[in-house]
Design a protein around this ligand. Structure first.
Ligand code: TYD
Length: 198
């Protein structure tokens, strides 16, 4: 059954852990599941991973590259899997660009991010995992921090995710809880949607 799910949220919110757990759960339920992430595995995605460690890269360059990476990712991978009736789970997607790149620079508006991303398909379900950046960053090794992993920046990111979730009607789940509890809440949202579809 084709369904496009996105888990998004600030750094350290657990999108990767929960995407993997969700995949395992849905496969156990008998669904075909394709798990993917952004930045993607393409050459643009790999370049973006390098740029995440480099503060000299302009925010506008980041935004354009994330859009290009997403365009390729959607047209050549996600869309094909949806056509083959897979449930696609993406660990981050367009909402990450809307939030991170607009917080990165005053020059960047949400509308411009939408414009440069306008050829990609939108998810059926977006779930925002919410956590206080102080808690999220405390789990990380200071020396390995990427350019966005800074408390003040991530507070702004968190606020924008929460505002956007209200206007766009996204699900918001606090991930400051036992992993199994958080995962159960995510699973319930997806199972309810799948029941409504069948
Ligand atoms: P993250 O998902 O935290 O991966 P890892 O856990 O492997 O470090 O890293 C992705 C980073 O990229 C994260 O800080 C958010 C940022 N990002 C953007 O700024 N814009 C985007 O469009 C996407 C997809 C990610």
């Amino acid at each position: 059954m084709a369904l496009f799910i996105v888990l998004d949220g600030g750094d350290g919110a657990g999108t990767t852990t929960h995407s993997h757990l969700l995949k395992g759960f849905l496969e156990n339920e008998g669904y075909k599941v394709h798990l993917t992430c952004e930045p993607s595995q393409s050459k643009i995605g790999l370049l973006l991973r390098e740029f995440l460690k480099n503060k000299e890269i302009p925010a506008t360059t980041d935004a354009l590259l994330f859009a290009a990476d997403r365009d390729l990712h959607y047209q050549n991978e996600i869309l094909n899997k949806l056509k083959e009736d897979y449930i696609v789970i993406s660990d981050r997607y367009l909402e990450s660009s809307i939030v991170y790149q607009s917080v990165q620079s005053d020059k960047i508006s949400v509308d411009w991010i939408k414009e440069i991303n306008k050829f990609v398909g939108l998810p059926d379900i977006t779930i925002i995992l919410d956590v206080d950046p102080k808690i999220a960053l405390a789990r990380k090794d200071d020396k390995a921090l990427e350019k966005f992993e800074d408390n003040q920046f991530l507070d702004k990111v968190r606020n924008l995710y929460l505002t956007r979730a209200q206007t766009e009607n996204y699900y918001v789940i606090s991930s400051d809880d036992i992993i199994e509890f958080v995962q159960e809440k995510i699973q319930k949202i997806i199972i309810d949607r799948l029941k409504n579809m069948s």
